[in-house]
Design a binder for this molecule. Structure first.
Ligand SMILES: [Zn+2]
Length: 356
């Protein structure tokens, strides 16, 4: 019984809502994906990569007009007369039938609730016959996709249909997180990364076209080069082509030539005596037990490592040891001050460099 009553109540409400409202829409607003796709693609017309629509929804959004003449969204948000005009609200046609959002009871109820709340706030304009106007503007959202064999990127969009087709609003550019740039000029670099064509350069060594963020200037030649083929000088921290690097005659590190003076790197020329209680030595003693027997420590700091000189069992060693990892990077042994230093290959490293 009560169920029957509920049904009849809702039917009464439905007929009231259908007769109490008139539904309008901008005369020239797009109704279908077909009508907006060209406008979405337009900003990408000079792009090297083509884009295609991979998802699109068109949602009619209800507006009401206040007696003051201004248009409001049902959440109360107002819009300027200029914005209303750009939405085509100055040229409205009555819809032959309300949109599905109104015909579906659930969404209609929600709209009516919002309308009731809005009416408490402002006086709404109505037609001469006393019916309430509701204006439906199509909002479009979805995404464009650009792809290569290796990669694919999405370009999400969310805009008003009328503003899109009139050119007032453009599909937003693709934001490349790698280059941190917004672009409509999409291209793929030679590693397949999709980004902004203007943010790519040619590697002067390999001829590869790469995103600028993957490149570095070689400090020995001044050329812009693919970073992956550069080495980092352990002394200066700068990048260079390894074929242009030199080798220190003492510590035998491979370094940027400008750090060498008479064959000796800047750090070998600037070793400082240190006490055994030096923080990094204490770390080394904890890691390389045998090193505790060493004396006459001298050290020089590098960006990621320390150059450590130590005398042990009658021999003098120079070692490059990583700051974070405590890994031994190069070892050289003094053959006598007149005969100089020689590089010691990893297989011949002394026992005191074996970790605990
Ligand atoms: Zn050196």
């Amino acid at each position: 019984m009560s169920r029957l009553n509920e049904n009849s109540d809702s039917e009464t409400r439905l007929s009231a809502t259908e007769t109490g409202f008139r539904h309008l829409a901008p005369r020239h607003q797009p109704q279908s994906v077909h009508e907006i796709s060209d406008s979405l693609y337009a900003p990408f017309r000079d792009s090297e990569l083509s884009v295609h629509l991979s998802g699109c929804n068109i949602d009619p959004i209800p507006f009401v007009k206040a007696e003051s003449g201004e248009y409001r969204l049902l959440n109360g948000e107002t819009m300027s007369p200029e914005f209303a005009e750009s939405l085509g609200l100055d040229q409205l046609d009555e819809l032959p039938e309300p949109p599905v959002e109104w015909q579906a009871e659930e969404t209609r109820e929600k709209i009516l609730e919002q309308l009731d709340a809005l009416k408490l706030e402002i006086a709404l304009a109505s037609a001469a016959d006393g019916q309430q106007w509701i204006v439906w503007c199509n909002h479009v959202h979805g995404r464009l996709t650009a792809e290569t064999e290796e990669a694919m990127v999405d370009i999400p969009f969310s805009l008003w249909g009328v503003r899109l087709v009139s050119g007032t609003e453009l599909c937003p550019p693709y934001h490349c997180p790698f280059a941190d740039v917004d672009t409509w000029n999409l291209a793929a670099d030679d590693e397949g990364t999709i980004s902004d064509a203007n943010s790519m350069e040619i590697c002067s060594e390999t001829g590869k076209r790469l995103l600028r963020q993957k490149m570095e200037t070689c400090h020995a030649s001044g050329k812009l080069v693919d970073r992956s083929i550069l080495m980092q000088c352990p002394v200066s921290g700068r990048f260079l082509l390894s074929q242009l690097a030199g080798q220190c005659v003492e510590c035998h590190q491979t370094v940027e030539p400008s750090t060498l003076g008479r064959g000796r790197c800047d750090r070998c020329r600037n070793l400082q005596k240190v006490n055994r209680d030096h923080g990094f030595l204490q770390e080394l003693f904890g890691h390389f037990d045998g090193l505790q027997r060493a004396r006459k420590f001298k050290m020089a700091e590098q960006p990621d490592s320390w150059l450590v000189q130590a005398a042990i069992d009658g021999q003098t060693w120079r070692m490059v040891i990583g700051k974070q990892t405590l890994s031994v990077l190069t070892v050289a042994r003094l053959n006598g001050w007149l005969r100089g230093w020689s590089r010691v290959d990893e297989g011949d490293w002394p026992d005191f460099l074996k970790s605990r």
